[in-house]
Design a protein around this ligand. Structure first.
Ligand code: 6GU
Length: 245
């Protein structure tokens, strides 16, 4: 899978895309990255990429022509029209489902806008607009890295099956259960004894209940699209009783 990134700050991507999982996937030829400097496609001598907003107001607006120039360059380079996504705070919300959809594409282009915005006419040329959450970033670059990380781990071969089942559990809309490793005791903080019992069925039940407890306490919104089994409904009743005590 190829990610092309259109940005005014190409150097921001150097280290994050050359470490760990993504670096290994690159070395194995599973992922490829193509970083394009939008400034190279500015039309004037000064390489201007932003300008004052029509109608007045604070901040600058990113111009359309340099982005369009970079998009045409990518089409010619790749011999076809890839899927173009603009990263912007007013896009639709990124999620595990959006990531799965992207992971099925051969070539995704991520366009990093600056936070004050891109000239609205860019929307006539792109396929999707995505935001990663309800907070303000100074540009789409950090968001692009989030999207790349989430999508890359869904591309076959990038990680083992063990990990991918963890990503699946988020689609089931429950938070992960608490994890522990050695030592068994740190400053009086003990590992829950059930995890040392060797009883796999008891461990499974404990983890399931703790996943549900966390979700109820931290992300009650996720419970709306959770379909509980008979066992889950019993756990929910128990958790509610425990909370009431
Ligand atoms: Cl994609 N861009 C910016 N600038 N801010 C954001 C965002 C994107 N997603 C959340 N906040």
């Amino acid at each position: 899978m190829i990610f092309t990134i259109l940005t005014l700050f190409p150097s921001l991507f150097e280290s994050p895309l050359n470490e760990s999982l993504i670096k290994k996937a690159r070395d194995r030829g599973i992922l490829d990255f193509n970083i394009v400097n939008v400034r190279d496609f500015a039309l004037d001598q000064h390489k201007t990429c932003d300008d004052y907003p029509f109608g007045g107001g604070a901040g600058m607006v990113m111009k359309v022509e340099p982005i369009l120039g970079a998009m045409r360059h990518v089409e010619q380079q790749m011999g076809g029209r890839p899927h173009f996504t603009l990263l912007t705070p007013h896009g639709r919300l990124f999620s595990q489902d959006v990531a799965s959809g992207m992971a099925r594409r051969n070539h995704v282009v991520l366009i990093c806008g600056r936070y004050e915005g891109v000239d609205e006419r860019i929307s006539s040329y792109i396929d999707d607009e995505i935001s990663i959450g309800d907070y303000v970033l100074s540009g789409g670059e950090a968001a692009a890295l989030v999207v790349i990380d989430a999508v890359a781990r869904l591309v076959p071969g990038v990680i083992g099956n063990e990990q991918s089942s963890m990503d699946e559990s988020f689609r089931e809309s429950l938070l992960e259960y608490p994890q522990y490793t050695r030592p068994q005791c740190i400053n009086d903080l003990e590992v829950p004894s059930v995890l040392l019992s060797g009883n796999h069925e008891e461990i499974r039940r404990w983890r399931r209940k703790e996943s549900i407890r966390r979700t109820i306490l931290r992300r009650p919104d996720l419970m709306d699209r959770f379909t509980a089994s008979q066992e889950d409904r019993r756990f929910i009743r128990e958790i509610m009783e425990e909370l009431g005590e």
